[in-house]
Design a protein around this ligand. Structure first.
Ligand SMILES: [Zn+2]
Length: 228
């Protein structure tokens, strides 16, 4: 089995700890981590970088962060955008939206895969997505996806939306995974060393009753790394 972790952070490089895992998508939390991640990528070809400011860390944002992010993304066409998004349980939603949209616009402009964090704010994300031409949207990975069926249906109208999962026991209680097309499924640790990705893939295999799901998930990851 070959697996790529579709969402981790710089402190947990999954491929160095779990057999079968051959690569790790690493997201940054804030601008301070950008240089650190570039160094890691330059020393390890199995690390794939997503750069951005996470909604929990918007206090760290300083003037011009978006032009610096654009310059960074332009320096390497492999770079993705993330982790960006909205979180209802964190302060200052207006600023979160502003920071998110600035980064999302760069991903749209430069056609880069987006690692999206959304907690309790799908109404806002769906509203924002409607402002864009559907055919121009980049791949968007709804990480640790845990929304209800109604939201899932509204998201599935976007061809480029994908969903990544870690703790299947919790997330699958409404058979969400069963309702997601195979070509939109990814697996992730989110930097949590207790998540064994081989177990996650095997659980998805059982839910889907599909023996080649591991290969499908691996191919899905290849698509996100190529931005589509
Ligand atoms: Zn994360």
């Amino acid at each position: 089995m070959k697996i790529i972790d579709a969402h981790s952070h710089i402190d947990y490089l999954t491929h160095k700890h779990q057999s079968d895992v051959v690569g790790t998508v690493c997201c940054t939390n804030d601008e301070n981590q950008w240089t650190q991640l570039i160094d890691l990528i330059h020393n390890d070809k199995n690390i794939y970088g997503a750069f951005g400011v996470h909604p929990w860390f918007i206090d760290s944002v300083s003037d011009g962060f978006d032009s610096r992010l654009e310059e960074l993304l332009n320096s390497d066409s492999d770079y993705m955008v993330g982790e960006i998004g909205l979180d209802k349980y964190k302060p200052n939603m207006d600023k979160q939206i502003d920071v998110f949209i600035k980064q999302f616009n760069l991903a749209v402009k430069l056609k880069r895969t987006v690692c999206l964090h959304c907690v309790g704010a799908w109404d806002k994300i769906l509203h924002i997505l409607k402002q864009y031409d559907k055919s121009k949207l980049p791949i968007i990975i709804a990480h640790a996806f845990n929304a209800n069926q109604k939201i899932l249906e509204q998201l599935l109208i976007y061809n480029n939306i994908m969903f990544s999962f870690s703790k299947i026991n919790v997330y699958s209680r409404n058979c969400r995974i069963a309702n997601i097309p195979n070509d939109k499924i990814l697996v992730e640790t989110d930097g949590n060393m207790d998540v064994c990705l081989m177990d996650v893939v095997q659980k998805i295999m059982t839910i889907k009753n599909e023996s080649d799901i591991a290969e499908i998930i691996f191919n899905n990851t290849q698509r996100i790394l190529k931005h589509g």
